[in-house]
Ligand binder design. Structure first.
Ligand code: DC
Length: 220
């Protein structure tokens, strides 16, 4: 059974997807981490992120695996390295390339084959798993998303103004929503939830209730 959670950065989908997978006893797939791994490999290998062919070739050569809550790139734990601003920016660029997406979509479908999983990203309900059992699209006001990101960065000892973060959010949203392949948008049959004023537990309660109600209705 596949549950998809899509939405923009800062909408709370990563925390929600991880929490929902725990509540349901499902596996969890963070597809953004996969794009971030390609971006990190591109940065490490000094490949120009604007060189589509070179980036595609990198994406075909690397090995991305998940172990517990860790992300491994060619066997090495890169869970922290993939979250730097440089890699975040590069990830948004490399995610535009059709050949990169094709490669990662293939890996995502492989990872979800024959298991119960909550898969989180931008195109999980629209492109990767169009027949998913339950689809969610999380949104939040840009100001709230910027505030959450600022909290995250401050926890890492980084001081960035809310205005700077807001600007980056607008730029990334625009790139994610306007790209030709698999743009960020809700699937027609996705349940949309605005998390701006909700606590994580309130979001999880809503998600869990919707999935369980659907499971019960199928069982009867
Ligand atoms: O969710 P995230 O911020 O970790 O995602 C990193 C980048 O990857 C972001 O620019 C959007 C992109 N992405 C994507 O295009 N498709 C996905 N399924 C997941 C992430």
């Amino acid at each position: 059974m596949i549950v998809t959670i899509d939405g923009p950065a800062g909408s709370g989908k990563s925390t929600a997807a991880r929490g929902l997978s725990q509540r349901l006893g499902f596996e969890f797939l963070d597809t953004g981490a996969m794009y971030r791994c390609v971006a990190l490999a591109v940065v490490q290998q000094n490949v120009d992120p604007a060189d589509e062919q070179a980036v595609a070739s990198v994406s075909q050569q690397i090995q991305i695996t998940f172990s517990d809550a860790k992300v491994l790139l060619d066997g090495e734990d890169v869970s922290l390295e993939i979250r730097t601003p440089e890699v975040t920016e590069a990830a948004s660029l490399v995610a535009q390339y059709p050949a990169v997406r094709e490669e990662l979509v293939h890996l995502q479908r492989q990872a979800a084959a024959d298991i119960d999983i909550v898969s989180e990203g931008r195109d999980q309900g629209t492109v990767v798993f169009p027949d998913a059992f339950c689809k969610f699209f999380l949104v939040a006001d840009p100001e709230e998303r910027a505030r959450r990101r600022q909290d995250e960065l401050q926890a890492q000892g980084k001081d960035v103004t809310c205005e700077e973060i807001l600007q980056q959010i607008y730029e990334r949203d625009q790139r994610d929503e306007q790209r030709i392949v698999a743009p960020l948008k809700p699937a027609d049959d996705a349940v949309e939830i605005n998390t701006s004023t909700l606590t994580i537990d309130e979001v999880l309660d809503q998600l869990e209730q919707i999935v369980r109600t659907r499971i019960n209705s199928v069982a009867h």
